[in-house]
Design a protein around this ligand. Structure first.
Ligand code: C2E
Ligand code: MG
Ligand code: MG
Length: 629
């Protein structure tokens, strides 16, 4: 006689879980789908278990075909359930992605065999049979334990193999889950007539639910939209097969808004926006990705401009509820994902950069994220890593390019920064200087190069070698620091280098606020530093300003030099003679051959810099070059 008194409460609890699970929005992730299958199959298994045992207990009064079929369905359910439990483990560890196809076949064979054995049991008596004395286990009955144990043990093995790929919480949960499965099988063997196993399985389901399958863990803003964890998992599972466009909607100047309205009102506002987006995109997946940013995955045929205009119109009205009244504006970004193979980090990285821009822009302009943006963001992320490491370890390298006078003698030089990737390849400054400027780390980097330059000048002096001066670049970002003069002066003092020997190169773009600029230059001038105008001809040129700032030299950008070389005109010679009459020294950059040199010499340039003389070289090589001179 079977005793199934535990099965009824088990079934009730599982039904409650199902109702809760269905009442929340869920993401169509493989893991979630398998979890749902697991609950559904377990529910069926319990129902068949109860029905089959009741039929077995009363086999005399129940038609035989019913007893047979109920048992058959129970065993089919049992094998399916073992297999789904196993697949769930696989999907949590993401092992299913790396498993070879033949491995998948091997792993699913025990399950298919189980199904076949169950189906033929009414005729061949393999797993069970029913005769005039009722239900009996068949010769292959122990096979159910073989399948149960081998799936649970294989799961354990795979989870331990992939433990580094999954969060700790999921790892421990899954270890516990499989151990409970093993215990449940042992209990089944120890107490064959008491149907306890399903109660253990229920415990397993509850553990997984509480640990990481609760839909609430993926929801945000009072459960109206999915959160950023969900966003990451969703993209991760769908990269490469996404037939979507993404629309990003960002509340303009979110941080300021939060300060003005306070956290409570702002959150209430975000809730309203979440609800509104839910109505507008009722068929689509909507995520809230922190900092006032919403992300919607829409069908790739959607007219994004139109959707953004609609949202803009809504934003022109007040967001009002019992708790809040906010006036907000929004920025937009969009990205095509159809036919792309981006990784999660690539998508989210590029997206968050552009969302940042959109969040600070005026008006409802839509920013498009192209393939190039994603690629650029990817390279930038790598370069940022090398840059951070170089600055942290003070391994930004000093390269030096000589400057020669009209007689071709090296009289000066320019310090140029270089960093290397982890394989030792040089990364050009054009790629890392803008990143250092945008992160503000140019301050440290500039200072490191300045210090290395001072150290180098001191070394030259100790070796009785001389340069009339050396140029060091000063970024506009550094230039606004009010303690710049003190810091640089104290570094020069530390190496006992006369600041007069150091010429700071600044570009025209730094010359923005004239008052501030003049003060800064005056302060640095008092410490003895001299200034050179770099890259003349690339920015907007303001001749009147040249009168007020005491530059000692103007460096003509290589584009001017090359432009004249290609197509001589009267502008450059006249400009140079004007500068000379104003008392500036002139340096021509980018001299690559004798023809360019002759042309610039003829116009009266004083100094020359370019590959004709030398490319920028490591300071040690430059030292040797000077020694040979
Ligand atoms: P820049 O200050 O105008 O430096 C001159 C650039 O022109 C150097 O590029 C140099 O290698 C290049 N150059 C010189 N002669 C020739 C030539 O004949 N042909 C060609 N094709 N190029 C020539 P580099 O070293 O790549 O530096 C690029 C820019 O990065 C620099 O332009 C400067 O603005 C910035 N930079 C480099 N180091 C530093 C630094 O330590 N601090 C700051 N703030 N900026 C730096
Ligand atoms: Mg320069
Ligand atoms: Mg330059």
């Amino acid at each position: 006689m079977w005793s199934y008194s535990f099965e009824i409460p088990t079934l009730l609890v599982i039904l409650i879980l199902l109702v809760f699970y269905f009442s929340r929005p869920r993401l169509p992730l493989k893991k979630n789908l398998l979890f749902l299958q697991m609950i559904a199959i377990e529910t069926l298994v319990i129902i068949f278990d109860i029905a089959a045992s009741a039929a077995d207990n009363n086999y005399q009064s129940v038609p035989k075909w019913i007893v047979v079929n109920l048992n058959m369905f129970y065993f089919i359910g049992f094998f399916t359930w073992s297999f789904v439990m196993f697949c769930f483990s696989l999907s949590v560890t993401r092992a299913s992605i790396v498993l070879k196809t033949y491995m998948k076949y091997i792993l699913s064979t025990p399950f298919y065999l189980g199904i076949i054995f169950s189906l033929v049991s009414p005729f061949l008596r393999l797993i069970f049979y029913v005769d005039d004395l009722g239900y009996h286990p068949g010769i292959l009955y122990p096979y159910i334990y073989v399948v149960g144990f081998s799936y649970a043990l294989t799961s354990l093995f795979i989870i331990c193999r992939f433990r580094r790929a999954i969060p700790k919480r999921e790892f421990y949960t899954m270890v516990m889950y499989n151990n409970i499965l093993i215990i449940s099988l042992i209990v089944r063997i120890a107490f064959p007539t008491t149907l306890l196993m399903d109660t253990f399985v229920l415990i397993d389901i509850i553990i997984v639910y509480l640990a990481f399958e609760n839909p609430e863990y993926f929801l945000e803003l009072r459960s109206t939209v999915f959160n950023s964890i969900a966003l990451r998992e969703y993209i991760e599972e769908n990269t490469g097969k996404m037939d979507y466009k993404v629309i990003g909607i960002v509340v303009h100047r979110y941080q300021v808004i939060r300060e003005i309205y306070g956290a409570g009102q702002t959150d209430a506002g975000l809730n309203m926006i979440g609800k509104y987006l839910n109505q507008l995109f009722h068929k689509d997946k909507i995520f809230y990705n922190r900092k006032g940013r919403f992300v919607v995955f829409v069908d790739s045929k959607t007219d994004v401009e139109y959707a953004c205009r609609t949202i803009s119109r809504r934003f022109s009205q007040v967001w009002k509820s019992d708790e809040a009244e906010l006036y907000l504006t929004a920025g937009f970004a969009t990205m095509e994902l159809k036919g792309t193979e981006y990784s999660v980090d690539e998508i989210l990285g590029a997206f968050s950069r552009v969302m940042e821009k959109a969040g600070n822009s005026e008006g409802g302009e839509v920013f498009y994220i192209s393939k190039e943006d994603v690629q650029k963001n990817k390279t930038d992320t790598q370069i940022r890593r090398y840059l951070e490491s170089a600055i942290d370890n003070n391994t930004v390298e000093l390269y030096i390019q000589p400057l020669v006078n009209r007689r071709g003698t090296i009289v000066g030089a320019e310090s140029l920064a270089r960093i290397k990737d982890f394989d030792g390849n040089i990364i050009p400054p054009g790629m890392f200087i803008p990143l250092a400027e945008s992160s503000g780390r140019i301050n440290e980097m500039g200072e490191q190069i300045f210090e290395k330059t001072c150290s180098f000048m001191r070394y030259l002096k100790a070796e009785n070698l001389y340069l009339d001066w050396i140029n060091v670049n000063l970024s506009p970002v550094q230039f606004v620091r009010t303690d710049l003069a003190d810091r640089y002066a104290s570094i020069a003092r530390k190496y006992r280098v006369d600041p007069e020997l150091i010429h700071l190169e600044i570009t025209e773009e730094s010359v923005v606020d004239e008052m501030f600029m003049n003060n800064q230059i005056q302060g640095m001038g008092e410490k003895g530093f001299k200034f050179v105008l770099d890259d003349y001809g690339t920015g907007y040129s303001n001749l009147s300003r040249l009168k007020t700032i005491p530059f000692i030299n103007i460096k003509l950008d290589k584009s001017l030099v090359w432009g004249y070389d290609k197509e001589p005109d009267a502008i450059l010679p006249n400009m140079i003679s004007t500068f000379k009459s104003m008392g500036f020294g002139i340096t021509a950059e980018g001299i690559e051959n004798s023809k360019m040199e002759d042309e610039m010499k003829e116009m009266g340039c004083d100094y020359f810099q370019g590959f004709k003389y030398s490319k920028p070289i490591p300071s040690s090589e430059f030292f040797e070059m000077l020694s040979r001179r």
